[in-house]
Design a protein around this ligand. Sequence first.
Ligand code: ARG
Length: 406
Amino acid sequence: MRNKVVLAYSGGLDTSVAVHWLKETKGYDVIALSLDVGQADTDFDAISERAIKAGAVDVVVVDAKEEMANDYVRPSLAANALYEGKYPLVSALSRPLIVSHLIKVAKQFSASAIAHGCTGKGNDQVRFEVGAIALDPDIDVIAPVREWNMTREDSIVYAKENNLLIQASKDRIYSIDENLWGRAIECGILEDPWIKPPEDVFSYTGLLGAEDKSQEAREVIIGFEHGVPSSLDGTKMSLLAIINRLNIIAGSCGFGRIDMVESRRVGIKSREVYECPAALALIAAHQDLESFTLERDVLHEKLRLEPRFAELVYDGLWFSPLREALNAFMSATQEYVTGEVKMQFGPGPAGKVIGRRSDKALYDYNLATYDEADSFNHEDAEGFVRVFGLGIATWARRQRKTDNDK
Ligand code: ARG
């Protein structure tokens, strides 16, 4: 009996060649697994047909959009996760989700291996393989692209020689990875970090394909319950629906672009271009509501732990004890993060928070105001400041260097 392998199949050139290669070179029966994680304009019927044409014995298509939103984006948003302070982990969030389905389908089909189409230079191979180790330490993982030593041109020739259906796409010069949390664009001219990204790399920011072509400012009210986005302009919506809607509203104003040089896990600095309108909008709104509702020490500790959470996810350690422990901390902080945040998008690519309100706010008007409603005891402040500064006063008298000492 032939061994079976479950391949994460995108329908692109590399994974189509991989189906054929795994079958012919490695002697596997290949099951192609394609996930809908919210990538735009994807025809899963065409993808399935391509997999079968390339030699797959079976194709599994899973609509994983709700799962991506609820089980991966939601915890990441609770942690305001931005790698190196900028990147909302678009690809890093979908990889553990894909891995979990690869392992599930491998069990269903009694497959001994899983496979992915990543190269040896990126983070995604790390995420796939460390994720797989975490969920099933005994499964074999095959990375055909890392093994076969073919250039892109070689792969095209291979596909033609073997009559594989390959997608004739205008995107070929760029490597694009997309899901509901954003879109990552690499390669081509973008590899020169000095060159401004050409307008045609973008798909849902700017005025290309935009629903709202006006350059007027637009206001949106985002409601949160326990840290999770729950409504838009007062209408209750699922997290997934809110993300989809905000990608259009904020994206059509041009909000959500990121151009950065990123430090990959494998030691390479790479120029990355992203567009993540909903992700950046929701993180900004969520951070704002936390400033309003979280007690000072909790807020400060959370701000210290957030970059660590982002780093773990980026490094492919979604399934790890530290990520899970940090997750528990983040969840515990969200109990009172309930309220509404008003954002303004445009004119131009700007997007910002312009107001917030919450029944759970720790903001107390009577304490904050300078008007007559002031309930703050000014005499208490005098004593507090004296005690707070006491140690500094002693130091100043005994040790502080003055100009005479220099
Ligand atoms: N640099 C980003 C990351 O590591 C994006 C990766 C995009 N992947 C791709 N196959 N184009 O998360």
